[in-house]
Ligand binder design. Structure first.
Ligand code: FAD
Length: 332
């Protein structure tokens, strides 16, 4: 493998129902910075059905080039089809770096591509930079329960790849009318050759704010006592227009689904405000929310570990305090 052939910083642009995922815009901002430091180009790769028009947005957020794979076969995300498109594009244009959002789609696709190429992949990155003299990607991520930052370099393989946590990087302000090179690609793939079929999309019946994109999260733990006690969390979240989060113990108890779980084996979140209510503050929970802007904890145990990790703490019974907050915010 000759590394000289590899050039450019690429961002996989995640799209759903005609909308670009916020993390992809954030990554274009980060990618622009890396490309400028390397004296390199920034490209976006868009895969989907009727997505070519979205290329304009990708240019406006900083890309010099956009590669598109626009076909009904890409209507729904499937590992197999997206991976084939990305591999074909990678083989043809040889990017030096590819960034993906650390979303369920981004993580799935990046690991499939890394395995097939094969190359290295740094997962769940929170800091991106390039090494001064070599231009190598420096991808840093919390390790050992958030106690150290590990910086990972991929020296032996290309492209260098990383998934990056949502809401950590900053998107650039869009420049309306900014345009670049649009390269429309295709692969000869027939529906009957694809092993996975999307039979039905089942949507959440309740309209809920996603926790990885929310500005405010109200998270509850075992201290709420029961599924009906946990309803208090939903009520406070409703009043604040917030997303609902939970500890692993409430997920395991079946009070809320797994995609609401915050922490080491759940989602990492960075909202502006995080309420931790009836949550003890185990390290596995803390690593998932410690970078929130403002952390407010409510716990009846004054020695609960959560009070070491919060900005404001209220010692008291959630069943007394949360109804008061709901009342106050309702009148605010
Ligand atoms: P508890 O620890 O039972 O805490 C309940 C708290 O509520 C207590 O502090 C109590 O004082 C308080 N309380 C009780 N009644 C009231 C009341 N009326 N009002 C106010 N406060 C009250 N956990 C996660 O959350 N996310 C993860 O991703 C995760 N991953 C893990 C991975 C591994 C490998 C392991 C080993 C564990 C993981 N855990 C995770 C579990 C974690 O260690 C804790 O067990 C869990 O976070 C505790 O959940 P909790 O705070 O809801 O419950």
């Amino acid at each position: 493998m000759s590394f000289e052939d590899y050039r450019g910083v690429w961002v996989f642009i995640e799209e759903k129902e005609g909308q670009i995922a916020p993390v992809s815009l954030e990554l274009l901002g980060a990618g622009r910075r890396l490309a400028d430091k390397r004296g390199d180009e920034l490209a976006g790769i868009l895969i989907g059905d009727q997505i070519t028009a979205l290329a304009d947005t990708v240019f406006e957020y900083g890309a010099d080039t956009v590669y598109t794979y626009d076909s009904p076969i890409f209507k729904h995300y499937r590992t197999e089809t997206f991976m084939k498109a990305l591999l074909a594009c990678t083989e043809k244009y040889k990017p030096e770096i590819i960034l993906y959002g650390a979303t369920s789609t981004g993580k799935d696709l990046a690991s499939a591509v890394a395995t097939d190429l094969p190359t290295g992949l740094t997962a769940d990155t929170t800091i991106l930079d390039v090494e001064e003299d070599t231009g190598l990607l420096l991808a840093s991520r919390p390790a050992f329960g958030g106690n150290i930052m590990a910086t990972i370099l991929c020296k032996k393989y290309r492209p260098q790849m990383a998934t990056v946590r949502p809401k950590v990087m900053k998107a650039l302000s869009p420049e309306p009318g900014r345009r670049g090179k649009l390269i429309e690609e295709s692969i000869p793939l027939k529906e009957e050759e694809v092993r996975t079929k999307v039979l039905e999309i089942v949507r959440d019946t309740v309209k809920q704010v996603r926790i990885d994109e929310a500005d405010i999260i109200v998270a509850g733990g075992k201290g709420l006592g029961s599924p009906s006690g946990f309803q208090l969390i939903h009520q406070l979240a409703d009043v604040l227009g917030a997303a609902v989060g939970g500890s692993r113990d409430v997920v395991e108890a079946g009070w809320i689904e797994h995609h609401h779980q915050v922490g080491q084996t759940g989602v990492t979140v960075t909202p502006k405000i995080y309420f931790a209510i009836g949550i003890s503050g185990a390290i596995q929970h803390i690593v998932g929310m410690q970078n929130s802007g403002l952390i407010i904890a409510i716990n009846k145990d004054p020695n609960a570990a959560i009070f070491q990790a919060c900005h404001h703490g209220i010692v008291g019974d959630a069943f007394e305090i949360v109804p008061m907050l709901i009342e106050q915010f309702n009148h605010a």
